[in-house]
Each structure stands twice: as C-alpha cells, then as structure tokens.
Design a protein around this ligand. Sequence first.
Ligand SMILES: [Zn+2]
Length: 256
Amino acid sequence: MIGQSVFIIIIVFIALYVILPFVITRILGIGVIRKGENSQEVAFTFDDGPNPVYTPLLLDLLRKYGVKATFFVLGEKAAAYPELIRRMQREGHLIGVHNYTHRMNILMPPWVVRQDVKRSADVIKSITGKRPHYYRPPWGIFSLPDLLLIKRYTFTIWSVMSFDWRRDTAEKKLKDKLMRQLAYTLNLKKEGAIVLLHDCGNTWGADSEAPKYMLLALEKVLSELKSNAIHYVRLDQMTLASSEMHDVNEAVELPL
Ligand SMILES: [Zn+2]
C-alpha cells in the first residue's frame, strides 16, 4: 500500500515538475520565444561556449558574412575566456545565459538553478557591463518552478534543431538538414527561424569535434543563402508575434 502511494507521488511529481513545463514551453510555446513572425528573418543561436578553439573561428565566419547572432554562454566558460565574450560584444552579437555549468535544471533544486543563472549573469555583466536578458537552460528543459522563479529573463528555445552536437550529423548531413529545415520554416510555415547550434562540444551527450564540422556546414549554408533576401538578426532584433513580444517586455531588469 505504501509502495503504491510512493509510486503515485513520484508519477504526479514527474508530471507536474517535468512534463507540465515541457508541454507549456515546448508544445504550447507559452512564456518562451521559439519562432519569429517575419519569414525573412533568421536568428542563429550558439550554445555551450565560449570555446577557445571554435568560438574565434565562428566569430570570423559570422563577420565574413555580416551575420549578427546570439550566444547562450556557460558562466564558467565566460569566466575562463572573457576576451571571447568581449569580442562577441565588440562585433555586435547578443549574449544570453545558459547556466553556470552544463547541468539539467530538473536535476537541481529550483533555488540552485536560480543561483546558477544569477552567477552566470553576474559573470557576463562583469565582462560586458550589461546584464543579460535572454535565458536558455541546457537542453531547453525547464522545471515548473523555473517558470515562476526566473521572471526577469526572456526564456528562449528554438524552431530549427539539427543535431549538430553529434559529430556524425555535423560531418555528413548538417548542411542539408539546415537548408531543408530553413526552407520549411521560412517558405512553408512562413515563420522567422531561431536556429540552435553549438560552438562547443565538451558537454554530456555531445562530440568534442562536432563544432569543427558545424562550422564547415554553416559556411556552406551562409554561402548558399547569400543571394536570398534574408536578414540575420539577434534575438532582440527579431520580429515577434504579439504574444511573444509580451514576454520580452516583461523581462525587466530587477535586482535578484
Ligand atoms: Zn547546452
């Protein structure tokens, strides 16, 4: 009897703590930015860096094609490579928060998540002089308390995901996958695309060399899209649906 009660409590806990926020954010898109309103806009976003090898190469590539992007950086890596954060800022990119270390929010108590995000934001602010407003948790996974606690950030997920963190995908299929998904999002769904990519592969489940192939694929994508009338925007420049703009406006700068 006790065993059955414990089982029910665990199921209810998982449903409320993990599945409900997943449905709210990933499926219903409530409280998060996940797409744009203008089908000529593409927002490239890069998670898990900065990385001393791949991030400089990525910044060179973005500069070559005149692309402004958004970086969701880990606090510990920002602290280790502040010059790369300064370069991102200098070259006109937007910097957002991706936790201090690459840990899943649902495996940490909500108050630890809050401290982790604040610690990251403090590191970014100490380097750039600006407090970040955009937040994407590792794997895009929120717990229910995160949605209530972290009111000051604009939660961001994505509309184009291509498994670029796997070396096999990045090396052989990434360019075609990205082109297909961009065409589907921009031309068929008539939406602006938020593209998830990674400039560091030193996280759980990723291949450390994957960014090398992501860079090769991205260069081909940018080269092929060159003649199209696409605007590459940072997340704060993206045209959003009114429901999503509401979330941006709510992200006010309050001391934690
Ligand atoms: Zn990540």
